[in-house]
Structure formats: structure tokens, C-alpha cells
Design a protein around this ligand. Structure first.
Ligand SMILES: Nc1ncnc2c1ncn2[C@@H]1O[C@H](COP(=O)(O)OP(=O)(O)OP(=O)(O)O)[C@@H](O)[C@H]1O
Length: 257
């Protein structure tokens, strides 16, 4: 089977700074790809060049959609790109406020994405919303509450439900457990792990937290100064790092923990 996503020589510059320097990789269906690296290495920029409408200065992003059409993402008309991001793609932001609509109920947050894929029957929508609240371990009695009345961990789980309800072909996650207390992080991580396994999700996951990729990612890209310095199976990269930068990244985790 062919790839789900192909990134070919992607380059993004800000003035004199090359935030992403000639990045190439493939993502296959059902794969969780982790992107790690220190702050400023270009991880979020790369994710936004692929998953959002951040412009690029060179290269090509190709996605195979659910109809097996191969889409040249950076050349897609704006309306088609918007449709893709509202249906087949999902983005889980570090700050749930960026991924949720805070002024509508939890149920409406989930329903909005269902409406985007053409579901119209109110009863079905409410049942689907309840189902996904259960999947992310939120009490269905909270369906009519505003997300602002939820804890940080609950907001993050609601963001997941909102994304998962359209059964996206590809999910982008930017530090999904960042900004949460350690115990809340651990619970979210557990939930994420069972969801990605049970739903066979395809995910690009950006984090500076080696523990997160160790638990979730099949493969890793290690970024430094906008470049990929090492890539491979997660266990191989973390247990037998080849590049001095990866060695330093892995050993600093051992020391800090
Ligand atoms: N809008 C922007 N304008 C100018 N420079 C930017 C902009 N966004 C990012 N950069 C620069 O691009 C580089 C990569 O930033 P990016 O946020 O992608 O790194 P990161 O690895 O995601 O870091 P962090 O883990 O801190 O989020 C940094 O040097 C940053 O200062």
C-alpha cells in the first residue's frame, strides 16, 4: 500500500532563519510518527506547514485521501483545504482553547464537526456526541455544559472527542499533554495510547517529551535547527541513538528523571 502522507524537501524560512530545512519523510496509514527536538528546532513550524495553512518556501506535501485521490496539499484551493481540515484531518492543539469553541457546549463542539461531514439528524448527532464523550471518559451529563467549566485535562479530552468524531484519516498533535499537571498528563497519555491502538489512528505528534513518544510513537524524527538529524523506529532511536544530538537528548531525560 502507498503512503498516506509524503513530505518532499519541505523548506520554510522566516527572514534569514530556516525553520524547516529540506525536510522529507513518509507517513503510512495506522502509524504514529513522533517529532522530537529541543525548543526552537522547528517542530511546530513543520506541523503547521503540513497540517495548517502556513505557507512554505519550497517542497511538496502530498496526501492520499479516503477516496484514494492524491492531493497536492499546498496547491489545493482554499475551500478544499478548509474542508479537509474540518473533516478528514484533525488538529489537537497544546492549548485546548485553540482547538475548542469555548462559547458553545461540549455537545455542540462535537456536533460541529459532524455537521461538517453532512450528518443532519439531531438525535443521531446527540447520540454520537455522547458516545465520544464516553470514549474520552467525560461524564455524558456534562454534554450541555460549556468547556470553560471543565478542568484542563477534561478540555483536552473534549478536544480529542471533537477531532475523533469525524473518524479522521490523519491527526496532528502539538504537545497534546503539555501544560497539564503530571498526574493529569499520565491519565491523558493512557487514554491517548488506548485510542490510537483501538482506532488505528494515523498521527503526527510533536513533543519535546521523550516519555510521550516512547509510549505512543512507532517511529521518530529528531529535529535540530530545522533539520532531521536522525529517524527510525522509536525503540531503536531511543535505545541506540546514533547522532550526538539524539544521544544528548536521551541522556538528558535520564538525568532529569
Ligand atoms: N512567526 C514566526 N516568525 C519568525 N520566526 C518564527 C516564527 N515562528 C517560529 N519562528 C522561529 O522558527 C524556529 C522554529 O520554531 P518552532 O516553534 O517551530 O520550534 P519548536 O521546535 O516547535 O519549539 P517549541 O518546542 O518551543 O514550540 C524558532 O527559531 C522560532 O523562533
Amino acid at each position: 500500500m502507498g503512503y498516506l502522507l509524503n513530505i518532499n524537501q519541505l523548506t520554510k524560512t522566516y527572514g534569514n532563519l530556516t525553520a524547516c530545512d529540506n525536510i522529507s519523510f513518509d507517513l503510512y496509514s495506522g502509524q504514529i510518527l513522533g517529532i522530537v527536538g529541543e525548543s526552537g528546532s522547528g517542530k511546530s513550524t513543520l506541523l503547521n506547514c503540513i497540517g495548517s495553512n502556513l505557507s512554505i518556501d519550497g517542497g511538496k506535501v502530498t496526501y492520499t485521501n479516503s477516496n484514494n485521490e492524491i492531493l497536492n496539499i499546498k496547491q489545493l484551493p482554499e475551500a478544499q483545504h478548509r474542508k479537509l481540515t474540518k473533516t478528514e484531518w484533525g488538529f489537537v492543539q497544546q492549548n485546548p482553547r485553540d482547538g475548542l469553541r469555548m462559547n458553545v457546549t461540549a455537545g455542540a463542539n462535537i456536533a460541529e464537526r459532524l455537521l461538517n461531514v453532512g450528518v443532519r439528524h439531531y438525535g443521531n448527532i446527540r447520540e454520537e456526541a455522547k458516545y465520544w464523550l464516553e470514549q474520552v471518559e467525560i461524564d455524558t451529563n456534562r454534554i450541555d455544559d460549556l468547556p470553560s467549566t471543565f478542568s484542563g485535562g477534561m478540555q483536552q479530552r473534549l478536544q480529542l472527542a471533537r477531532v475523533l468524531v469525524t473518524k479522521p484519516g490523519l491527526i496532528f498533535m502539538d504537545e497534546p499533554t503539555g501544560g497539564l499537571d503530571v498526574s493529569v498528563q499520565a491519565r491523558l497519555l493512557d487514554l491517548l495510547r488506548s485510542l490510537v491502538r483501538n482506532l488505528d489512528l494515523s498521527v503526527i505528534l510533536v513533543t519535546h517529551d521523550i516519555g510521550v513518544v516512547r509510549l505512543l510513537a512507532h517511529r521518530l524524527l529528531v529535529m535540530k535547527n530545522g533539520q532531521i538529524v536522525e529517524s527510525g523506529l522509536t525503540d531503536r532511536v531511543l535505545d541506540d541513538p546514533q547522532h550526538p544530538y539524539t544521544q544528548q537528548l536521551v541522556s538528558s531525560v535520564l538525568i532529569n528523571n
